[in-house]
Design a protein around this ligand. Structure first.
Ligand SMILES: [Zn+2]
Length: 172
């Protein structure tokens, strides 16, 4: 397993719609293992393929931070099939180091996806799990969390990003 390089905003792969995954082969399994390794090393709870410069519809997540094997999930070709309610809370993204912003998301979301062997499953999540499912599925659609902010918050975030880029914290 190896830790991959995480791409930072504003690299274009983050704005590109990921291609569907058709081959459930050894190469895919290696990518998924490397993405878990990369996510844990960066202390994140979710990581999508475009964030490691692979423009494919795939993400990994673990809201338990490695504590609970059941929460370690790889979702391939994910699609949100139900969402309801709302929650407002701080959200971060490994492609935006040091940036946390309040973002409104659904309180509950159900994603339908395939596992590494191609078997379809559904994951029904609430609170942080729902936030993570929605954030990572967005990445597969080329949507970043700046797009989910109010105009005012987005402008504030962009100013903060410029500051972080100047101090060099963005490239760490
Ligand atoms: Zn993200």
């Amino acid at each position: 397993m190896s830790v991959l390089k995480i791409v930072r905003y504003p690299e274009s792969v983050l704005f590109t719609i990921g291609k569907p995954i058709l081959d459930f082969d050894a190469k895919l399994k290696t990518l998924v293992e490397d993405m878990f390794e990369t996510m844990y090393a960066a202390k994140g709870v979710g990581l999508a393929a475009p964030q490691v410069a692979v423009s494919s519809r795939l993400f990994v997540m673990d809201c338990s931070g490695g504590e609970d094997e059941k929460q370690k999930i790889a979702a391939i070709n994910p699609e949100i099939i139900m969402h309801e309610g709302e929650q407002i809370g701080d959200e971060g993204c490994l492609s935006f180091p040091g940036l946390y912003q309040q973002i409104q998301r659904n309180m509950r979301a159900i994603v339908r996806a395939q596992d590494v062997d191609g078997n379809w499953f559904e994951l029904d999540g609430e609170e942080l799990t729902a936030r993570c499912i929605l954030h990572e599925t967005d990445h597969c659609d080329g949507i970043i969390f700046l797009d989910r902010m109010t105009v005012l918050k987005r402008e504030m975030a962009k100013r903060k990003i410029k500051k972080l880029q100047k101090t060099g914290e963005w490239s760490r």
